[in-house]
Design a protein around this ligand. Structure first.
Ligand code: 5RP
Length: 236
């Protein structure tokens, strides 16, 4: 294993492949967002190409997911066309021992919560660096906000003890704009003792579309690790 970056890539590839292997022919599949899920989408495409997987349709959680699905030959559908989602595969920024998540590192958590929350089986794909004892210890909580409400929402978040920061673009001047045309606040909380309660409290602030705390949604957590120099996948 030459560099840390190579190891992370290997873990992400393996875990993405392991999740893609669990998809069965005939399924409606929620397609998550992020670099780990991108490998799952790629492997789903490989399985379709080889004839191993037939008759699946994807529901993308972002512009990125729909571009990748088209690139790898996965037919897409929408929530208006289907009455169920059999399985969703998505990444996470933090996973705690109760399978609670922080998501939204790619600013896609609003659509992700809709799609992942509807799935009969929601598989989370992460490398081991995402495992935490307590949510909020390594990653702030992303909150999607209507642009006209950014200032009052920031004040409300400060009153709740959070430290909000407007997410700024990379290789783009100004704030990140979500696929829905909104902005993202990354909010640091000193101590998230009750994620379920905080999730509801945040969504109750007028102008907030959705926050990145996912409680009681994940069914399976697949974790990519390196053991004796080789990538392995274990299930939490
Ligand atoms: C996007 C997400 C991603 O799933 C999350 O940020 C993990 O991404 P990656 O697999 O690139 O580490 O929630 O909104």
């Amino acid at each position: 294993m030459s560099t840390g970056a190579d190891a992370v890539k290997l873990m992400k590839q393996q875990v993405g492949k392991a999740a893609a292997d669990r998809v069965q022919s005939g399924s409606i599949v929620g397609l998550g967002t992020g670099s780990t899920t991108a490998y799952a989408i790629q492997y789903l495409g490989d399985r379709i190409k080889s004839g191993d997987l037939k008759d699946i349709k994807g529901i993308p959680t972002s512009f990125q997911a729909s571009v990748l699905a088209k690139q790898y030959g996965i037919p897409l559908t929408t929530l208006d066309e289907v009455d169920r989602i059999h399985i969703a595969i998505d990444g996470a920024d933090e996973v705690d021992p109760q399978k609670q998540l922080i998501k939204g590192g790619g600013a896609a958590h609003t659509r992700e919560k809709v799609v992942d929350g509807l799935a009969e089986l929601f598989i989370v794909v992460v490398d081991r660096s995402k495992l935490v004892e307590r949510l909020g210890s390594t990653f702030p909580v992303p909150i999607e906000v209507l642009p006209m409400a950014v200032t009052p929402v920031m004040r409300a978040l400060e009153k709740l003890g959070g430290k909000p920061e407007l997410r700024m673009g990379v290789k783009k001047d100004g704030p990140v704009i979500t696929d829905q045309g909104n902005m993202v606040l990354d909010v640091t909380f000193a101590n998230i003792s009750n994620p379920a309660e905080l999730e509801k409290t945040l969504n109750n602030i007028p102008g907030v579309l959705e926050n990145g705390i996912f409680v009681d949604l994940a069914n399976v957590i697949l974790i990519g690790e390196i053991q004796d120099g080789q990538p392995i996948v274990r299930e939490m």
